[in-house]
Every structure is written in C-alpha cells, then in structure tokens.
Design a protein around this ligand. Structure first.
Ligand SMILES: *[C@@H]1O[C@H](CO)[C@@H](O)[C@H](O)[C@H]1NC(C)=O
Ligand SMILES: [Ca+2]
Length: 222
C-alpha cells in the first residue's frame, strides 16, 4: 500500500483570502508573444525542502528560451527553475546550479515534464511524457529555502520580479503540481497520464493562483 502524503501540512497559503479552484480539463493560455504576463502560485512551502517534485504540461511553438516554473527566494532567484533554452533541451535549476537534459526537437505536441530531487543523494530525476531520462545529480546535501515566490510563464531574476519578456512563455499550460517529496516512478507515470495523484496543496485540482497580465483560463481542446 502506498503512503498517503498530506502536504497540506507543509504548504501554507500565501493569503487568507485567495480561493482554491479546480482547474481539471482547463488550461492557462498565455496569449502574447513575447509576453509580460505570468501566474503567481499561492501555496508555498512552510518549511525548507529536502526533497521535491514539480510536474507540469505545456504546449507551444516557441523556439526561443522560455521559463515555465520559477521558484525564487530572497537570496537565490533560481532556487528551483524549469527552463527551456531551446528546442531539444530542458534546463533545471536548484539553488542556482543547473543540469541540462537533451530531448527530441521536432515535437509540436504537449510536453509533460516532472523534475524531482532528493537532497540526501543529490539525485535529480527528469521525466518527459512519462519516461525517465538518465538520472543526474546536483546540490547534494542542499536545502531548498521555504520563503518562495512562485510564478508560471516567466523567469525571475530577483524575488518576485526581474522578468525578461524574451524568456517568457507563450502557449498553453496545465496540470501544474508540486510535492515536498520525490514521487515514486509509478506516480511519475500517473502524473503524465493525469491519473490519481498524491494530494497536495499545490495542485491543479485545488490551485490557488493570481493571474498578472494577459493569461486566459480556457477549456482543453482535447
Ligand atoms: C527526503 O528523502 C529521503 C530519501 O528518500 C528521506 O530519507 C528523507 O526522510 C526525506 N526528507 C524529508 C524531510 O521528507
Ligand atoms: Ca533567474
């Protein structure tokens, strides 16, 4: 039997007033190219993280660099970052250091990524469309700071700002999740298939968010 993790205990809401929304079957459409828009996520870790997994799904025809998920702290803007510098490469950051993962170039289709890490070994897992890439390592023994500002669709160069519209995301994004542990391989595949996932405060089915600029919530096209 699988452990039922309740990260509601770990994640706290940024504001008492923001509401949670079930975004099942919906997407964020970042309409402009380039764009100054972004989405702030309001469920934040209350405690430093020794392990985590971030998953999301995106769809774009951009060939320039773009930021997907940016978790900045006061001392490190690239505390956790999922960035696509060009077709054929994903770059993931922890505590300012990064790893690159080579991926197929010519796939104009939805791409589902999961980025997981555990401090004890420094092992980083990168999953694309339900398939694990060869594991790499960075920042063994590091602790991810809790005081975060999390945005989708831009890359922060300082806490809560420093956006460059030429690193902005344009296109569609959905199924955004973050857990304070490394998902099992089984759950990594479940995330890709949009099946039952461990409950979490930062999740697509109970998302607390705030849209800044031109981002529209729409139904999925398929
Ligand atoms: C992080 O993961 C390691 C290895 O799986 C585990 O031993 C440890 O207890 C985890 N730490 C936390 C704070 O959950
Ligand atoms: Ca940055």
């Amino acid at each position: 039997m699988e452990l039922v993790w309740v990260c509601l205990l770990i994640f706290a809401s940024l504001s008492e007033t923001s509401s949670q929304e079930d975004l099942s079957r919906k997407v964020f459409v970042f309409r402009n190219e380039p764009s100054d828009a972004y989405v702030i996520l309001k469920a934040l870790p209350k405690e430093p993280l020794h392990n985590f997994t971030v998953c999301l799904r995106s769809y774009t025809d951009l060939t320039r660099p773009y930021g997907l998920f940016s978790y900045a702290t006061k001392s490190e803007d690239n505390e956790i970052l999922i960035f696509k510098p060009k077709p054929g490469e994903y770059r993931v950051y922890i505590g300012g250091e990064h790893l690159s993962f080579k991926v197929p170039e010519d796939t104009l289709d939805w791409e589902h990524v999961c980025f997981g890490w555990e401090s004890a070994t420094g092992i980083a897992e990168f999953w694309l469309n339900g398939k694990p890439w060869p594991r790499k390592g960075l920042k063994k023994g590091y602790t991810v700071d809790a005081g975060a500002f999390i945005v989708l669709g831009q890359e922060q160069d300082h806490y809560g700002g420093g956006y460059d519209s030429y690193n902005s995301f344009s296109g569609e994004m959905t199924d955004v999740y973050m857990w304070e542990f490394l998902l099992s391989p089984h759950k990594m595949r479940s995330a890709y298939q949009d099946l039952q996932l461990p409950r979490c405060a930062l999740g697509w089915k109970n998302l607390e968010y705030e849209i800044k600029g031109d981002v529209v919530v729409k139904g999925r096209l398929r």
